[in-house]
Structure formats: structure tokens, C-alpha cells
Design a protein around this ligand. Structure first.
Ligand SMILES: NC(=O)c1ccc[n+]([C@@H]2O[C@H](COP(=O)([O-])OP(=O)(O)OC[C@H]3O[C@@H](n4cnc5c(N)ncnc54)[C@H](O)[C@@H]3O)[C@@H](O)[C@H]2O)c1
Ligand SMILES: [Zn+2]
Ligand SMILES: [Zn+2]
Length: 385
């Protein structure tokens, strides 16, 4: 079958002779992929920033598909079902899953106390192949996958595997109170969705900061927030104070993560020398821009090693930091309703539909932010009809 294959930093290719996945456990299903997105998180892998990313691995944690085979232990899914597959792989039974912390499952990535299981996200998250392929093995098939409602567009469905729940959880963790000023760093798909969802929680003002004008323009239209390019702001922290009567935003959201630009020292330490788990520039700005007693919500991904953050300011300002991989399964029922009711239209973020055979070009476009790309989706040959 066709599958994306990692060859080393900045190199991926379409492997046309990958063996079909097989049922390895009675609770597995095999899914024929219908849509598979590339995520900002995949770029961290592509850029060689995630430890133990092995050559030959297939990425892809944002996919939907049709069930073509089920193990003997699977009772809730049937062959022919079209399913949304959450990016977290979760057993549904461990103590973390029982608390609905599906991103922290202790069975899907056994022995790992620092991260759960994720499709196609290096051996640090369990070593599972991902869904940027024609077929994929889905473990714990009765737990995560959810049948796509008849009325739902596939492009909306694939955005429910990660982007919508992550944006929603970013706003939820921020504990937004009615009328709050929310400052969001990053206007990629995640930051844009966090802005959209901030309004749902009652924000009075939502401000976005990025460095790419085309994204800011798109984001402003999609989520009706005020947006700024940090390259023309001077110091974003000073701007945050000036625009909020000197105190700072009520809440800040980091929707950038480990590849943040904007500070040469952080870029050198975190992205070039790999002395810390990524560049922490956006997180610095978030901590320093939030008001005393405020909340910083982090969904941007950082590496597993230590990172320099202004912890003194966190303590002295009495800031609450909340952070997580999104708990997709917990949020799906509510978010499906939001799509049904027209409150969120996720597919509008998809700017590029690219045949899976051209996966190398797709990564290049998304990585270099070419062609006004917001979100690319890969279409496998067997799904293009
Ligand atoms: N926690 C989760 O469950 C989860 C899920 C999905 C994605 N993520 C993470 O969220 C982050 C965003 O994902 P995405 O798909 O939107 O990525 P993306 O690469 O499309 O967007 C990131 C944006 O951040 C901007 N940026 C860079 N430096 C900045 C800075 N200092 N201040 C403000 N903006 C800056 C970039 O220009 C870009 O537009 C990534 O780190 C990704 O790994 C986390
Ligand atoms: Zn993702
Ligand atoms: Zn579990």
C-alpha cells in the first residue's frame, strides 16, 4: 500500500510498497483512510526535533477512515463504519483514562510516565504507525473511534480528530470568565480554533499574535478577533500591557510550541543546539503578558527535555499554568453538536487538498508556509473518487 515514510530531518517520501497493517491484538481494527491531515505537530517530527523518530515511520495522527477489519474482541465497531479516530491512543480503562485524561493513557505507551500513546508520533509515544497511509492499525478500537454522523462532511470530520478539540481545550483550560481579554500566541490552525472557541466561553476581547500576515488576515476573517504581527509590534509584552490598561491579559494561550520564532537566544538554544526542549519564546511572552493571578494555557508542544521559562514571574505573579494534550474522546460529542449547529465550521481551515502520493511536496508547502497554506489534507488514491 501507499504510506508516507520518514527518511530523516526534512525528508519524507511516498512509499508505494508498504505492507498492509494486520490485526495484532483482538481489540485492533484496520481502517482504510479517507482523509489525513498534516499538523503543526508533524512539523516538529519533520524538522528532527522529536527524539526517537525512526526512519521508516509513517506519521499522521489526524485521520478518518472506513473500518475494513476488526479483531475478535471488538464489539462496538462494524466493518463498513466510517469513523473519526482521535489522535490519542487510549485503553479506556487505566486510572488516567477513567479520569478522561485520554492523552495520558498508561497502557497505550507502557512504562512511559511522561506521555501517552499517539499515532505516528515517534517511539516516545508508543511507536505506532500513523494514518498518512492508505490503511492503518487502530488499537483499542472500541475506545477512541466514533462513527461519523451521516450528515457530516469528511473534511469537517477529519478536523475533529485534533484541531477542533485542541483549540477548544486551549480555551477551556484558560478558564475564561465573561468579558475576559484573551491573548493568543500563534495563528495556525490551533490558535485560530482557540480564538473561535474563546468566544464560546464568553471572552470579551480576543487578540492574536503571529508573524505571518497571510495567516493573520485569514484568522481575522475566520474568528473575528483582532490580530497583530509581532514583527511590527516591537516588544509583544509591552504591547500586551499597553493594550490592557497596564495590567496584562486575563488569560494567555500558547498555540505555538517548540518552534517559536522571535527571540534569537531561544531559537539558538532550542532549535539549533537542541539544549532545551524547543524554543520557549511564545511561552515567555505568554507568562509575561498575562496579568497577576491570570491563567496561561499551553497547548503548543514542547520536547521532553528541560526548557528555560521565567518561573520567577510565574510565582511572583501568582499565575496558574494549565497544559495538556487535548482529550479528544472527552470533547467529541459536544464538538460534533457544535459542527451540526453551525457554531464551528472546521473545514473552512483546510486550504490545501493534496494527493497522498505528493506527500513530500505537501510537507514542504506546510513547513515553509508557502502558497498561503493554513491546513493541508492528504487524500489517499483509494479515497479520491
Ligand atoms: N496539545 C495538543 O493536543 C496539540 C494538538 C495539536 C497541535 N499542538 C501544537 O500546537 C502548536 C500549533 O499547531 P499548528 O498546527 O497551529 O501549527 P502551525 O505551525 O501551523 O502554526 C504555528 C504558528 O505559530 C506562529 N509563530 C511562530 N513563532 C511565534 C511566536 N513567537 N509568537 C506567535 N506566533 C508564532 C507561526 O508563524 C505559525 O503561524 C504546535 O506546537 C503543535 O504541535 C498541540
Ligand atoms: Zn495534530
Ligand atoms: Zn488508558
Amino acid at each position: 500500500m501507499l504510506a508516507m515514510s520518514y527518511r530523516g530531518p526534512f525528508k519524507v517520501r511516498a512509499d508505494k510498497a508498504r505492507p498492509y497493517p494486520e490485526i495484532e491484538h483482538p481489540n485492533d481494527a484496520i481502517v482504510r483512510v479517507l482523509r489525513s491531515c498534516i499538523c503543526g505537530s508533524d512539523l516538529h517530527l519533520y524538522h528532527g526535533l522529536v527524539p526517537d523518530t525512526r526512519v521508516g515511520t509513517t506519521f499522521g495522527h489526524e485521520f478518518i477512515g472506513e473500518v475494513v477489519e476488526t479483531g475478535s474482541g471488538v464489539s462496538k465497531l462494524n466493518v463498513g463504519d466510517k469513523v473519526i479516530v482521535p489522535f490519542n491512543i487510549a485503553c479506556g480503562q487505566c486510572s488516567f483514562c477513567q479520569q478522561e485524561m485520554y492523552g495520558c493513557c498508561h497502557e497505550a505507551n507502557p512504562q512511559a510516565t511522561a506521555v501517552g500513546g499517539i499515532f505516528g508520533y515517534s517511539h516516545t509515544t508508543g511507536g505506532y504507525h500513523g494514518g498518512q497511509a492508505e490503511y492503518v492499525r487502530v488499537p483499542y478500537a472500541d475506545v477512541g473511534p466514533m462513527v461519523i454522523p451521516d450528515w457530516m462532511d469528511y473534511d469537517d470530520a477529519v478536523m475533529l480528530t485534533d484541531v477542533v478539540p485542541t483549540g477548544y481545550q486551549a480555551a477551556e483550560m484558560a478558564g475564561i470568565q465573561k468579558g475576559d481579554t484573551v491573548l493568543i500566541f500563534g495563528a495556525g490552525p490551533i490558535g485560530i480554533m482557540a480564538a473561535k472557541c474563546s468566544w464560546l466561553f464568553g471572552a470579551g476581547r480576543v487578540i492574536g499574535i503571529d508573524r505571518l500576515d497571510y495567516r493573520l488576515e485569514f484568522a481575522a476573517k475566520y474568528a473575528q478577533w483582532e490580530v497583530h504581527n509581532f514583527k511590527s509590534l516591537g516588544d509583544p509584552v509591552v504591547f500586551a500591557k499597553q493594550t490592557t490598561d497596564s495590567l496584562g491579559a486575563d488569560v494567555c494561550i500558547d498555540a505555538v510550541g517548540c518552534e517559536a520564532a522571535g527571540d534569537a537566544m531561544n531559537t539558538l538554544l532550542g532549535r539549533k543546539m537542541l539544549l532545551q526542549g524547543g524554543s520557549t519564546t511564545a511561552l515567555h511572552w505568554a507568562i509575561n503578558s498575562v496579568k497577576k493571578g491570570g491563567i496561561v494555557s499551553i497547548v503548543g508542544v514542547y520536547g521532553p527535555t528541560n526548557a528555560l521559562v521565567p518561573i520567577g514571574n510565574v510565582v511572583n505573579k501568582g499565575i496558574t499554568i494549565r497544559a495538556s494534550q487535548a482529550s479528544v474522546k472527552r470533547l467529541l460529542p459536544k464538538l460534533i453538536d457544535h459542527v451540526k449547529n453551525g457554531i464551528i465550521s472546521p473545514k473552512e481551515l483546510i486550504t490545501h487538498r493534496i494527493p497522498m502520493e505528493e506527500v513530500a511536496e505537501a510537507y514542504h508547502i506546510f513547513s515553509c508556509k508557502l502558497d498561503n497554506c493554513i491546513k493541508p489534507v492528504l487524500i489517499p488514491p483509494s479515497a479520491s473518487a
